[in-house]
Design a binder for this molecule. Structure first.
Ligand code: SF4
Length: 220
């Protein structure tokens, strides 16, 4: 059976398929495995370019997206806008078909989640975010060319700020927030491209693209 590391640009930093560290998420994983045995139902590995300069940081796998397919943002509503934007800005090549076998490749970009396992109701608990930090931060350390982190949503914003040594209280989350870490890495933040945010017009494609345009201005 495939392990998360088999699919990852940072294999040494990935959690094992049966990572036991978050009991609530392990229970939910087992429920999903029983109900949908053909799904991925495991920690979702990073996806993208091992030489990435841009790291896109999501919250956690979506049930019918990454938790089903095994690739971040693949197969759910949020992924449609994210991958369309990556393709539009030349950060991906190929065609996005909502399937990890679609051959899509990221160029200069990588996608990570702050929490690798599916949380019930899409809401990880603070202890789960803290526990999975070891994998999230190990992934970033294994991506030494990353200079810009683009966090999608508040939880990702806080996780990414901590990972680069910026106090979360020093940079308030908002769409387009920007902060510089002591080592020069830049944290950019965006509203999450979730179905809820798009349907309520909190985020539209133009707003999302503005943040990517800013990231490209910061490309080393
Ligand atoms: S969320 Fe992270 S730390 Fe928790 S069980 Fe999954 S892989 Fe392990």
């Amino acid at each position: 059976m495939l392990q998360p590391a088999d699919l990852s640009p940072v294999p040494a930093a990935e959690a094992p398929r049966d990572c036991p560290l978050c009991p609530r998420l392990v229970d939910f994983r087992e429920e999903c495995r029983a109900e949908y045995p053909e799904w991925w139902n495991a920690p979702v590995p990073a996806f993208g370019d091992p030489n990435a300069w841009l790291a896109i940081v999501g919250l956690a796998p979506g049930k019918h997206g990454a938790n089903r397919t095994g690739r971040p943002f693949t197969g759910d509503f949020a992924g449609e806008l994210l991958y369309a934007t990556l393709l539009k800005f030349g950060l991906a090549e190929g065609k996005y078909r909502a399937d990890p076998a679609d051959g899509l490749r990221l160029k200069g970009a990588v996608i990570l989640n702050a929490v690798k396992c599916l949380p019930p109701a899409n809401k990880p608990e603070p202890a789960e975010i803290a526990t999975c930090r070891r994998y999230f931060e190990a992934s970033l350390m294994a991506l030494p060319k990353v200079r810009v982190l683009l966090a999608l949503g508040q939880i990702a914003h806080v996780a990414a700020a901590r990972a680069v040594g910026v106090k979360p209280s020093a940079v308030k989350f908002r769409h387009g927030a920007e902060a510089q870490a002591a080592d020069g890495r830049i944290l950019l933040s965006s509203y999450h491209c979730s179905r809820y945010n798009q349907n309520t017009n909190r985020l539209n494609a133009e707003m999302f693209e503005r943040v990517f345009a800013r990231a490209l201005e910061l490309q080393p």
